[in-house]
Design a protein around this ligand. Sequence first.
Ligand code: HSE
Length: 315
Amino acid sequence: MSDFITAFAPASIGNVGVGFDMLGLALSGAGDRVLARRTDGDRVIVIEVRGLDGEIHPYLSTNADENTASIAAQALWNVHGDGGGVELKVHKGIPLQSGMGSSAASAVAATVAANALLASPLEIDALLPFALEGEKYASGGMHTDNVAPSLFGGLVLCPEVLLPEFIRLPTPAGVSTVLLHPELQVNTAEARRALPKSLPLKLWLEQQGLLAGFVHACNSDDIGLIGKTLHDVVVEPHRKGNVACFDDVVAAARKAGALGCTLSGSGPSIFALCKDGDARNVASAMEQACRAQGISCQSWVSSMNARGAFVEDPA
Ligand code: HSE
């Protein structure tokens, strides 16, 4: 039997449209795996990174100072390591620069795997600051909206001002998530640099109202209010131009019954929330609209209450 411990961390939707940098939603069906075992060394190293095809990843580095997985695990080890080192194998299940929280999932899976190696593992809530160190390296900021849902699952409100505290929000009954990944790439750091540095007060008020209404809708299972509040009036207008199929995909999702539809994180992925019974139709309408623009794509249908990261049972 292998002495590696394997942790899985799901993909996630940053911003969830209304909560720029502070609201995140886990997605089932896609995620990264990190295998970890103890070594006689004195630090965390990466011995392999494999891509979606199972082959050695052509771009991601095994340099421990340049990989979100090792940076996060090392941050945990620096504080709680009980001697020796750790070696990691990173198996990517999430495309890079997809707006699906790829770098965050590797950081989360590595933190959870390294934690499981400790004689006295920490509670999962205590792992957030360590996983965030990896994400900080990848995106250059302290936004938690991918790391938190990937770690905890479901819908998480995690504004920087409250860190290390965060709020697990209830997910509304009867609502599913559909995520479409068009085969394009958007670099999050660049997409952030393209945003305006200040906002008109009117726009800020509008987005605050939408976020407050959306959170209340989730707390009260108010599906109509989700439809009314799932809009991004601040960030989407500056980013949708990076995704050629965006307008057509959103129109198709709405026509098929989606409650709302916007960018996932910085894109190019696009997500919709819809009634459970509409999810398959919404996914297929979004795919068709994307392919009609000559862009290949893949979609996932998920519960809004998707499971967060976990240690897999040994085979
Ligand atoms: N919330 C960040 C952004 C990261 O939109 O730039 C998203 O994953």
